[in-house]
Design a protein around this ligand. Structure first.
Ligand SMILES: [Zn+2]
Length: 175
């Protein structure tokens, strides 16, 4: 804070606190020297904060440069903590966004369906990939072509099982 900023800051304090010393040149020079490394814009908010604090309510002591510096230090710490938190969040997001195994649309859909039904999405995804694996071969039982799901005699898609057991055997034999 320069001398002008100190004067402005002391004027704010004087408006609140009748015991505030007059801002004569010597006092201003001392304050400015002590608050040399504190940004000027901190001044007024430090005064407001100080005169609203519980500490002031208790002891009614006139503000000093130490109070302003203390406020600034706390603000700077808060700001650094927030920055750190932001960096941690950004790092976590970057890790999450990093391409792991490319999720297949089938797997995602299976997860989505499972979550809707309150089932375990990991299991559902595993099921979906097992089904895709089995569906790479033709079913010897119902003749479902690669990419098609097994169907019953009446033409309905098998819901409970992944595929006909014969097809699963054939798929495994192809590994
Ligand atoms: Zn089949």
């Amino acid at each position: 804070m320069n001398t002008d900023e100190v004067r402005a800051c002391m004027a704010v304090a004087a408006a609140i606190d009748p015991t505030m010393p007059a801002a004569d040149d010597d006092v201003v020079a001392v304050w400015a020297a002590m608050l040399d490394d504190v940004p000027g814009k901190i001044g007024a908010s430090a005064v407001h904060w100080y005169y609203r604090s519980d500490a002031y309510r208790d002891h009614k002591r006139t503000i000093t440069p130490a109070d302003i510096f203390g406020y600034y230090k706390r603000q700077a710490n808060d700001w650094r903590e927030k920055q750190k938190a932001k960096e941690i969040i950004a790092a976590e997001r970057a890790i999450e966004a990093a391409p792991r195994e490319l999720p297949s649309i089938h797997g995602l859909f299976a997860r989505f369906q499972a979550e809707k039904r309150g089932q375990d999405p990991d299991m559902a995804e595993a099921d979906a990939s097992a089904r895709r694996f089995v569906m790479t071969v033709t079913c010897p039982y119902c003749k479902a072509q690669p990419g098609q799901q097994c169907t019953t005699i009446t033409g309905r898609v098998l819901a409970r099982e992944l595929a006909h057991p014969k097809r699963i055997e054939v798929a495994h034999a192809h590994i």
